[in-house]
Write a protein that binds this ligand. Sequence first.
Ligand SMILES: [Zn+2]
Length: 205
Amino acid sequence: MTLLHGQDSIQASKMTHGLDFYCYYGAGSFQNAAQVAQLFPDKRYVGISPFVTAGIDILDVEKGDSINADIPNHLRTNAKAPNLVLPGFYTSASNVAAANAVCAGNGIARNKYLVFSAHWTGTPHICAPSVCGYPQADLTQYASNADYDSDQTTQEVFHPMATPDPKPVTAIVMWAGTDGPVARKVEIPTALWAQLSALGWKNPM
Ligand SMILES: [Zn+2]
């Protein structure tokens, strides 16, 4: 189990660089998905929405946003979550038991969704009966200040990160043209270049 640290904020630019993951609002008045991706590229992300809509990992269940009764609809709408292995909801640790009961009442087992609990102890942790007394969470927001909230989770909640395609090899290809030798710079995919090298090709660059 690898612990990961992240933040969420309604002001993306206030978040700290160098963390493992960043939350963004994928819908609603604080929508900032593009800004978060631009400010914190090549990271893991968690998409949050204040209301049920497609393409969102986490439903925001708190005063002024969604309520427990909205959770089953969110989980069904986002059965394939964009960033996380399962969809889930964010709510205060004290509401998790009630939210779990709504899911169970709708035939949704606990292993079919993730719980993102808010429990501001100031100490990094993931809520669990043996840790802080609250029901088991998968992600926990453990601190909050004027600029951002601090979150902890495990690597297992995320889809594996895509490995970037290797950069192509720039090579010079030469041949005899009608008016003399011709040389052209070309980009060759790494895998193809490996095959050509094995055949004896040499790159004069
Ligand atoms: Zn806790």
